[in-house]
Ligand binder design. Structure first.
Ligand SMILES: [Zn+2]
Length: 58
């Protein structure tokens, strides 16, 4: 089984994402790779270090 044929529409915009916690521009994310977080990929804000998102491993 595959998900081919299911197209996700992505609109590109020339804006910088802003951290919802500290409201500073986030031009890059920090990926945590230790301990529990090594199992899943955890991304956090480079300014306040709060977690912005997670993704399943691999
Ligand atoms: Zn932040």
């Amino acid at each position: 089984m595959s998900n081919q044929g299911k197209k996700l529409e992505i609109e590109k915009a020339d804006v910088s994402p802003v951290c919802p916690h500290c409201e500073r521009k986030v031009e890059k994310l920090i990926e945590i790779s230790r301990g529990f977080f090594a199992v899943n990929r955890v991304f956090c804000c480079p300014h306040c270090h709060k977690i912005l998102g997670m993704a399943a491993g691999q």
